[in-house]
Structure formats: structure tokens, C-alpha cells
Design a protein around this ligand. Structure first.
Ligand SMILES: NC(=O)c1ccc[n+]([C@@H]2O[C@H](COP(=O)([O-])OP(=O)(O)OC[C@H]3O[C@@H](n4cnc5c(N)ncnc54)[C@H](OP(=O)(O)O)[C@@H]3O)[C@@H](O)[C@H]2O)c1
Length: 338
């Protein structure tokens, strides 16, 4: 079978199609024929050797995909040939709070990922996906969507009338926008691009903030929220954006710390966190149980993920380069059957 792998060295230029033997299902396993995959910023970092420079190679990258069950282990109950499922991001994390074992069971590093025609996974490590979604749409759910869901629902308990601020128009942030609207919240979104903001408003955002024109966007978001500030911030920038997020959030509000696109280290004034009783909550994707709950909500509301562009497997480098350029709006996907 064909796979995409990094053979001996990191770097986009080293991503190549290779042949590997076809897997068979062990007693508790399934084999999936992967139909589609989607990219996360983490995949780009992993391929470049920046996520974990000690990651063993060869590695099949990418955590997020959807496939059809084509082989079922003898001890598996409740899943049948032909079912359409997505492997979960952290393969050992069923529910509750993760320990080190669960946190290190992630696809696309350290475990081989989904850029392969066939993938064997434990039957306990998949979820069914909403029927109304195409394969490409369903392939966007395991990491970006679940991270946004965990931030807003599992940790944040966002509800009707709350004010949510989400940063940028990438995969996580657009899912956060869609879920926050589904929960009845008001949403402000930032972007470096006026054009992307116009698209976010079409998707339901109540307020767009153009960061290059509004360097003190935190204060602006606080004013927009009314009262004492926003209830919840989806923080994907990290150290480089946290001071503005702290200026946006209300006393007692939550900042979901999800990414470090604007840097992981910077001198920061931590006083507002304690003096204003702010909760800074680290978020690591989510459990299988949370994925299933999210899928029920997506199905009930017929929510559709935002797809930026779809590439064939052979063009995986072009897909990763598009992500690196940052011009995308929503999810970049790979269709394996194309
Ligand atoms: N903790 C977790 O479990 C988890 C899960 C998923 C993702 N993440 C992390 O979350 C971040 C976003 O991931 P993603 O997959 O959504 O990425 P993505 O699709 O590549 O989206 C990134 C978007 O963020 C905006 N952005 C870029 N640089 C920025 C900066 N310096 N400051 C503020 N915004 C910036 C850009 O939006 P505009 O073009 O509109 O400006 C860009 O399109 C990454 O750091 C990723 O590693 C963490």
C-alpha cells in the first residue's frame, strides 16, 4: 500500500510516497481504508522536526482522517465492515483527564498517522462520524474541532449570551466560532486579513477585528463585549498574544491556552491573571467521549466544517506549503481516493 512518510530526515522536501506492507487486523483491531485526511498546524511542525526533534523516523504524519472499516478483528464487537469511522487523536484517551500515557498516544507522532491507504487501529480508538458530512469534512474533526469543543464546552461551559473571542481564522478558531454560535454565544474574531474577516462574519461572527489596524485589539474586544470583558478567549497565539487576551477577558473569565503561533516564551505581566481572578486553562485536544459528544452536536445542528482546499495524496507537500504560507481559511484536506 502507498503511504506518505518521512524516511530518514525531517523537512517538507523529505516527505515522499513510499510502499509498506498492508496491515491486517489483530483480535482487538480494525483496518481502515483511509478516504480523506486533514492537516493541522502540528503536522507541519512535526514534519519540520520542530514539534519533537527526537521523534523516531520513519514516520507517517498527520493525525486526522476518516476511513471505511475493511477488516475487523475476531474479538471486536459493535463495529462492522463498511462502517465509516475516524481514529481518535490520542489513541489511549477514552474519557476523563489524561495521564502521560494518554498524552503520548497521539497519531502522526509518536505513532504513525493517517497518510496511508490502510491503517490498523484498536477498535476502542475510533468514533463514528456524522452521516451528513462528506469524507473530507469528517476528516477535519479529530484534532482541530475537538480542541475547540473541549475549550468551549468541556472546560469553558460557554452558554447563551456569553461573549467569546477567538484568534485568527485557522482550523481551531473557525470551529470555535461555529461551536460558540451553536451554544448561543456572541463571537468576536481577529485576523490579519480583512478578506478573511468578511468570510468569518458570513459564517456568523458578530465582530471582526483586523489586528494590523488595531494593535490593542484586546481593549477593543473588551469594549465590544460590554460589561467587564469577554467571558472566554480561544488563545492560539500564546506568549505573543496573551497580554492582549488578558486585556480582553472579564474578571473571572477563561483563557483557553491552545497554541503558541506567536511564540511560547516572552516576558509577561502575570499580575492581571491573579488580580482579576482569570482562569488560564491549557487545552490538549480531547477524549474519545468528548469526540462522541461533539459529533452528536454536529449531527443535530448539521454543522459543516469550513474546507479551504482539497489536495490529492501526491500533492501533500503543496498542501503543507499552503498551510505554511498561512493563506488558508479553514481546513486543508487530502483526499486519498482522488
Ligand atoms: N493544544 C491543542 O490541543 C491544539 C490542538 C490543535 C491546534 N493547536 C495549536 O493551535 C494553533 C492553531 O492551530 P490550527 O491548526 O488552527 O492552525 P491553522 O489552521 O494554521 O491556523 C492558524 C491561524 O492563526 C492565525 N495566526 C497565525 N499566526 C498568528 C499569530 N502570530 N498570532 C495570532 N494569530 C495567528 C492566522 O489567522 P489569520 O490568517 O486570520 O490571521 C492563521 O491562519 C497552533 O499553534 C496549533 O499547534 C493546539
Amino acid at each position: 500500500m502507498r503511504v506518505v512518510q518521512l524516511d530518514r530526515a525531517f523537512g517538507l522536501e523529505n516527505l515522499a510516497i513510499a510502499e509498506r506492507p498492508e496491515p491486517t487486523a489483530g483480535p482487538d483491531e480494525l483496518v481502515l481504508r483511509i478516504e480523506a485526511a486533514s492537516l493541522n498546524y502540528r503536522d507541519l511542525l512535526m514534519v519540520r522536526g520542530r514539534y519533537n526533534p527526537r521523534q523516531a523516523l520513519p514516520l507517517i504524519p498527520c493525525s486526522d482522517g476518516v476511513g471505511e472499516v475493511v477488516d475487523v478483528g475476531g474479538a471486536v464487537a459493535g463495529i462492522e465492515m463498511g462502517d465509516r469511522v475516524a481514529p481518535i487523536f490520542a489513541q489511549s484517551w477514552q474519557h476523563g483527564t489524561p495521564g502521560a500515557k494518554e498524552l503520548h498516544s497521539t497519531l502522526g507522532g509518536p505513532l504513525d498517522g493517517v497518510l496511508a491507504e490502510l491503517v490498523a487501529v484498536p477498535a476502542a480508538s475510533v468514533v463514528g462520524v456524522p452521516e451528513h458530512l462528506s469524507d473530507v469534512e469528517a476528516a477535519t474533526l479529530p484534532c482541530a474541532a475537538l480542541t475547540a469543543w473541549s475549550a468551549l464546552v468541556t472546560h469553558g461551559r460557554v452558554g447563551p449570551g456569553d461573549a467569546v473571542l477567538t484568534l485568527g481564522t485557522g482550523g481551531v478558531s473557525l470551529f470555535a466560532l461555529q461551536f460558540a454560535k451553536l451554544l448561543g454565544a456572541r463571537v468576536a474574531i481577529t485576523s490579519s486579513s480583512e478578506e478573511k474577516l468578511a468570510r468569518a462574519i458570513e459564517l456568523g461572527a458578530d465582530r471582526g477585528i483586523h489586528v494590523p489596524s488595531e494593535p490593542r485589539w484586546g481593549r477593543l474586544a473588551r469594549g465590544w463585549a460590554g460589561g467587564e470583558g469577554v467571558d472566554h478567549v480561544i488563545e492560539v497565539g500564546g506568549a505573543g498574544t496573551l497580554s492582549q487576551s488578558l486585556s480582553a477577558v472579564r474578571p473571572g473569565g477563561t483563557i483557553s491556552l491552545i497554541g503558541v503561533l506567536a511564540g511560547g516564551k516572552e516576558e509577561l505581566n502575570l499580575l492581571p491573571i491573579l488580580m482579576r481572578n482569570v482562569r488560564v486553562q491549557g487545552v490538549f485536544v480531547g477524549s474519545r467521549a468528548a469526540f462522541a459528544a461533539m459529533n452528536r452536536a454536529i449531527a443535530a445542528h448539521r454543522l459543516r466544517p469550513v474546507i479551504d482546499r482539497v489536495f490529492p495524496l501526491e500533492a501533500v507537500r503543496d498542501a503543507m506549503e499552503r498551510m505554511a504560507l498561512g493563506r488558508h481559511f479553514g481546513k486543508i484536506a487530502i483526499e486519498l481516493s482522488r
